[in-house]
Structure formats: C-alpha cells, structure tokens
Design a protein around this ligand. Structure first.
Ligand SMILES: [Zn+2]
Length: 275
C-alpha cells in the first residue's frame, strides 16, 4: 500500500516529465474511483502543470490555464494505485488503467486494480477543503518544531499509535511508519499520548523523520520504474525492525516481536524495548 514515501518518490519521479507542460488530452475509461471522474477532462485539457506538490499521501497537481487562473488536481493512490510515464505512442491500456494525462511526447497513466484511488478538481486552495483541511503538519517540514509536535501529541489521551495514524497531529504517518517510528523511539504503541514526556515526544518526531527519510532515499533509487521500462513493483520495502515480524527476534534485544490490533490495524512492537 502506498504511503508517504511512495507518494513523495512518485512526485519526484513525475515532476521532470510534467512540470511546465501542457495537458493536451485526458482519457478517462472508468466512471469513478472513490469519487466520480466526470468533468475532470473539461478542467484539465489545455492546462499547464505548474508544480507537483505533496501533502500527506496526496499528490497535488497545481495547474494554470491561459488566463493564469490556478486550479488544483488532487490525487490519492488508495490501496494499490500507481502512476507511470510512457513515451508516445504508449501501449494499449489494460483493464486497470483508468486515466491517461496526455502531454505532447508522453502520457502519465494511473493504474489502480482495487480502485480505492481518487482524483478531484479544486478551483481554489485544496488545503481549505476536506480532506486536506483535516491534515496535521507535514512531518518533514522544518517549520514543525519538536516542541510544537510534543504539545500537539500530548493533547490526546488515545494510544499514541492511533493518534499518529489519525493524521491530525502529523500528516501521512501510516501503519508501517507509525510502528517503525515508535520502535525507534522506544515508545509502547498503546501508551496514552498525553502520558509521554516532552523529551520522548521530541525523540519520536526525530524517529518519524529518520524512518520516512530512509524510505524516501531507498525509493529514490527505483525512480526509473516510473518510466515503465522495468519491474512491475513500484512500492519499496523498508528494512523493517518490527513491522510484519511477529514472533521473530527484535533486532535490538532478541525478544520476540509482538502484535496487537489497534483501531482495526495490526501493530507490531517489542514488549521489551518499548515502554
Ligand atoms: Zn527489543
């Protein structure tokens, strides 16, 4: 499942091929993903993609038209989506290839077998509307200070893992990265966020950043995959300390990794190292 690092690597992979380029045509083969796709063609055809941005797990295509009016295409990869770039002429689309954005010499194609992805148009800043207006600060944004993160986190009484994943204290920290960050910071996933000391909260933010940056760096080495010339697998495996490793030895102390279910999701942790 694509998480923040996959979306960031997708952004870096697509940007050189689409930024500053005009969308010549839009081909839509599916009436809807998570929301209807009708109308997207009218909004996008003839627009120039000014910049590709990311917010949490959302990719934001900042566009302008000939009158320099700005608009925004907000896309989400859902459970199984991925974008790929094909030089023209592109291969015939398969059954899961829902949308092509066509440029003068290439197209970018959204493939999504499970159809939980999303594409929506906004005429003004999407950060002021759902779903983006509910997102907390970007974890990698230097403007988020450790002190501010600690204050935000400690305002919640729920288990820290659930608070991280809810996305309001910090954006885009999905299941894998929440588990790995808590392991790295030595914090038990079921501990109430309000009962974590300020110093440990600050250590947690450093861990979130380190884990995300490692994953982005690992994914950056697979950038050529966006050009459709190599493997099928666009997602990359983080070298997990605890995630998916129930019963196997903790890399730090050797105790068996435990699994619990929190808010319907599996949490992996070391009962010895995480307090
Ligand atoms: Zn351990």
């Amino acid at each position: 499942m694509p998480e923040l690092p996959e979306v960031e690597v997708t952004r870096m992979g697509l940007a050189p091929s689409v930024e500053g380029r005009r969308i010549e045509d839009v081909r839509i083969r599916t009436p809807r993903l998570r929301s209807p796709l009708a109308g997207l063609r009218e909004h996008l055809c003839g627009r120039i993609v000014e910049r590709l941005e990311r917010r949490g797990k959302y990719l934001i295509w900042r566009c302008r038209d000939e009158c320099a009016c700005t608009g925004f295409l907000v896309t989400h990869l859902g459970m199984s989506g991925r974008w790929r770039i094909w030089p023209l002429p592109a291969p015939e689309p398969g059954p899961h290839d829902h949308v092509d954005l066509v440029f003068s010499d290439c197209l970018v194609r959204l493939t999504d077998a499970r159809r939980f992805g999303d594409m929506r148009w906004f005429d003004d800043d999407p950060g002021r509307h759902p779903p983006l207006n509910a997102l907390g600060p970007e974890p990698l944004d230097a403007a988020l200070t450790p002190g501010a993160f600690a204050r935000r986190l400690r305002a919640h009484r729920a288990p820290v893992k659930e608070v991280l994943m809810a996305g309001r204290v910090i954006a885009g920290c999905g299941n894998i990265y929440a588990c790995e960050s808590l392991f790295e910071a030595g914090i038990h996933p079921a501990r109430a966020a309000s009962r974590i000391s300020e110093a440990r909260c600050e250590r947690l933010l450093a861990a979130v950043r380190a884990v995300l940056e490692r994953a982005i760096a690992a994914g950056g080495s697979t950038l050529r995959d966006f050009h459709g010339v190599s493997g099928e697998n666009g997602y990359f495996a983080l070298e997990a300390g605890v995630y998916g490793r129930e019963g196997r030895p903790c890399p730090r102390c050797g105790a068996p990794i435990a699994r619990i279910v929190q808010a319907g999701r599996s949490t992996y942790y070391c009962p010895h190292c995480q307090r």
